[in-house]
Design a protein around this ligand. Structure first.
Ligand SMILES: Nc1ncnc2c1ncn2[C@@H]1O[C@H](COP(=O)(O)OP(=O)(O)OP(=O)(O)O)[C@@H](O)[C@H]1O
Ligand SMILES: O=C(O)c1ccc[n+]([C@@H]2O[C@H](COP(=O)([O-])O)[C@@H](O)[C@H]2O)c1
Length: 312
């Protein structure tokens, strides 16, 4: 066999130079070469696959998923969509449970609300929380988590279609703008656009952070943001502890002027399940079954997210 110029990869490995006979053509060296390649290629391929799938974020559809949205509500009801911003690193069963608690709380609030859909919106990597898995993984896990819900969806606009972190108020406004393009029929009326009310869903810790101040002295959530979130949209909060959030909100100067648009779900069963608990189990090589959806667990193990340095 003579080497050609096109044989460059083989040339480098074999010491073969174009125009000369290869010096090492024996079966032994071929076998050694095959073993070396077998050792090098799979990890390299896996790293490449991870890098490519990070690039796949560019292929995420930035259109709002509407497939599970309820397009008809009974007479006299106000259609409401629940928007949950968060890290979801990874999404847990408690994140899913929050949606169910929130829907019950809203529909029983005496406001004639009918929940037409719910959205998990994973935050952008640029949010900078140390424990964030790359956005494409968090979005895929959120999609896996909601795959068998008939009303909860995952949306990638915030984490995949923006080039930076987006303040939550802007995220909620974008949901409102998109949802209000959808025609919904109320009772026997003709379907009409601009009917859906968007309500942000959060845990008690996030609600309490409305009062927080950054190291720079600025407020974490500005008055204007809170004014829009609570004045124009609404917030439904799911308690994470025994803290009486309703009493706390009545005392909070920031929140007490908006109590009409603040709704509380008080779970009968409080749970300590959180993403950090799941990561702690993974770091100790323990089971995470029944803490996350089985498809999320499979995703984590298939993609070796348990080995992420920031999940240790
Ligand atoms: N067990 C829970 N009960 C009520 N709300 C929860 C619970 N777990 C998370 N949440 C809420 O879900 C939203 C998204 O949670 P996020 O992923 O940002 O945090 P987390 O689960 O607390 O993660 P971590 O443990 O990494 O801090 C937040 O509003 C958070 O308050
Ligand atoms: O918009 C803001 O000012 C703002 C301030 C703090 C947190 N958030 C959002 O709150 C969500 C939960 O954050 P965290 O830190 O509790 O994981 C996440 O989606 C953030 O974008 C938003």
């Amino acid at each position: 066999m003579r080497c050609s110029v096109q044989d460059s990869f083989w040339n480098v490995k074999s010491g073969c130079q174009p125009g000369r006979r290869p010096r090492c053509g024996t079966a032994v060296s071929a076998a050694i070469f095959a073993i070396v390649i077998a050792m090098i290629v799979p990890p390299a391929f896996s790293a490449l696959r991870n890098r490519l799938s990070a690039g796949d974020l560019g292929k995420v559809s930035c259109a709002l998923p509407l497939g599970k949205l309820r397009l008809e509500v009974p007479e006299g009801r106000i259609p409401v969509a629940i928007i949950a911003p968060g890290s979801f690193s990874p999404p847990t069963l408690l994140h899913l449970r929050m949606f169910e608690e929130a829907r019950d709380a809203l529909e029983r609030s005496g406001n004639n609300f009918a929940v037409v859909g719910g959205y998990m919106s994973p935050v952008h990597d640029a949010y900078g929380k140390a424990s964030l898995a790359p956005a494409h993984h968090r979005l895929s896990m959120a999609e896996a988590a909601v795959s068998d819900s008939d009303w909860i969806m995952a949306d990638g606009w915030e984490c995949a279609c923006r080039d930076r972190w987006t303040p939550t108020v802007k995220v909620v406004e974008r949901f409102a703008a998109e949802l209000n393009k959808v025609a919904i029929s109320i009772g026997t009326k003709r379907p009409e656009v601009a009917q859906v009310r968007t309500v942000m869903l959060c845990g008690g810790d996030v609600l309490q952070s409305f009062n927080d101040t950054k190291k720079t002295g600025e407020r974490l959530w500005t008055d204007k943001e809170i004014e829009v979130l609570l004045g124009q949209h609404g917030v439904v909060c799911v308690g994470r502890s025994e803290v009486d959030l309703e009493a706390w909100a009545h005392e909070s100067p920031v929140l007490r002027t908006h109590l009409d648009n603040l709704f509380f779900a008080k779970p009968r069963a409080l749970s300590g399940i959180s993403s950090s608990v799941v990561r702690a189990h993974l770091a100790s090589n323990e089971s995470i079954r029944y803490l996350v959806h089985d498809k999320v667990r499979d995703y984590i193990l298939d993609h070796k997210l348990n080995e992420l340095p920031n999940w240790q």
